[in-house]
Design a binder for this molecule. Structure first.
Ligand code: ARG
Length: 459
């Protein structure tokens, strides 16, 4: 039986019902619908709208239903109910008869669905926070293992300056730490209960909405019933947090794909996470990381879709809002899965230390050191920059690295250069010099790892 048959003399067309029903995706809200219903039944008793005995019956039937759903989450699917709210009510009526029909007193599916979805989002966000923390732990492990492994650092995908692989990994630790904080802020903002907003205008039941909100674990009841039923900002916030998180995963993935490429060769993937080509026997492909990168488009797409769905909606509830679920669920599951895959893949990655150090030395990546050296000899930086550029061109023409030039060759272009220039041009020297907070000097990276470990402990 549908929840709204009374004013209709014809049943819904099968085609319309198929289009309109949301059970096939909103059945996952069952535990939250039951939780909200238990709190609502309690509030109804408090307001004197049902007896203690009726509340007792509802509580028992709802608890039994929750147990069934926990055992068999897909249980609602075969029922043909319109949505999860209709299913829960129908099951209660089957179990306890007329008392169940009192549960919807003063309540609407509009405030109910908004409450269910917030409860779902709060819980899912917590699992995303945990998944981020696990990924951070593995990034820290990687950073620790390779805290002094030299790696070419790039800007514009041109070799720029040497870094250590630990510093590279710690950049992503910073990003994922922000993702954790973004998720926490999102949870805090969504932590408001719409229950008791009714269909749009508030409820006639004498409900203490603040107490009801607390009962459900929310910080507060929402301030306005119209906003309560039509606010889906929390869906947008969570999709935004997921999109930004995925963009970070995509950037890690892109770096790994590049460092694993034949052109770079600085990283290797284990066979366990690589795939081959059906035609080219020599291939070892980074499919896992390409999927992390690729799935980002899907998650960001869901964010855009939801923004477009909400844009221009009049107050209060409109059926357009049923479109808030499929994209959200897919985005959240995709993000969770990608975080797990990143955490899984990191221990299967290794830095080819010798090769990477050789790569870091190519491309005149110690030119900045040479310019800084000239500055230390009293040459203004702008002139030092220019003279170093000339030396790079000269070395390129000779097919030599800077440190392979003779002192006489250096002095042809800059007579202040001395024998001590060679120590400066050693890549390790350049690394050690970048020891200010946040830099790539191995000592600074070690401190960064320690700080992030402490953060993780407290998280
Ligand atoms: N299935 C609906 C949704 O997901 C529930 C709310 C329906 N409310 C209504 N007035 N038709 O949005």
């Amino acid at each position: 039986m549908s929840l709204w048959g009374g004013r209709f003399s014809q049943p819904s067309a099968a085609e319309f019902k198929q289009f309109n029903d949301s059970l096939r995706f909103d059945y996952v809200l069952a535990p939250f619908d039951i939780q909200a219903s238990k709190a609502w039944a309690g509030a109804l008793q408090h307001a004197g709208l049902i007896s203690a005995d009726e509340n007792q019956q509802l509580q028992q039937a709802l608890t039994a239903l929750a147990k069934q759903v926990a055992k068999e989450p897909e249980l609602p699917l075969a029922s043909g109910a319109e949505d999860i709210h209709s299913w829960v009510e129908a099951e209660l009526i089957k179990a306890i008869g007329d008392t169940a029909k009192k549960l919807h007193t003063g309540r609407s599916r509009n405030d109910l669905v908004a409450t269910d979805l917030r409860l779902f989002c709060k819980q899912f966000a917590q699992s995303l926070i945990s998944a981020n923390l696990a990924a951070i732990e593995n990034l820290l492990q990687f950073a620790q293992t390779y805290q002094d492994a030299m790696l070419p650092g790039y800007t514009h995908l041109q070799r720029a300056q040497p870094i250590v692989a630990g510093h590279w990994a710690m950049a992503y630790v910073s990003m994922l730490q922000r993702d954790v904080s973004r998720l926490r802020e999102t949870v805090r903002r969504m932590d408001v209960s719409p229950l008791g907003s009714g269909a749009l205008a508030g409820t006639t039941a004498a409900i203490d909405r603040e107490a009801l909100a607390h009962e459900l674990g929310f910080r507060h009841a929402c301030d306005n019933s119209l906003d309560g039923v039509s606010d889906r900002d929390f869906v947008l916030d969570l999709l935004h947090a997921a999109s930004t998180g995925m963009i970070h995963l995509s950037r890690i993935a892109e770096d790994v794909i590049f460092y694993c490429s034949g052109e770079s060769g600085c990283f290797s993937m284990s066979d366990r996470i690589s795939s081959g080509s059906s035609l080219m026997p020599q291939k070892k492909n980074p499919d896992l990381f390409e999927l992390l990168r690729g799935k980002t488009g899907r998650v960001v797409g869901h964010q855009h879709a939801m923004q477009m769905t909400l844009k221009g909606l009049p107050l209060a509830y409109n059926k357009d809002m049923q479109e808030d679920k499929e994209g959200l669920f897919d985005a959240l599951h995709t993000y969770a899965q990608c975080l797990q895959m990143l955490a899984f893949a990191l221990p299967e990655l290794s830095v080819n230390r010798d090769h990477a150090a050789r790569q870091a030395a190519l491309g005149y990546s110690n030119a900045t050191e040479l310019a800084d050296y000239m500055v230390s000899k009293g040459i203004p930086f702008r002139d030092a920059h220019h003279l170093t550029g000339e030396l790079v061109v000269y070395a390129q023409q000779q097919n030599l690295a800077l440190e392979q030039l003779s002192l006489a060759e250096f002095q042809q272009i800059c007579d202040r250069i001395d024998q001590d220039v060679y120590a400066t041009l050693d890549l390790n020297y350049g690394l050690q010099q970048r020891k200010a907070y946040g830099g790539t000097a191995p000592g600074a990276v070690k401190m960064a790892i320690k700080k992030a470990q402490d953060w993780l402990q407290a998280a």
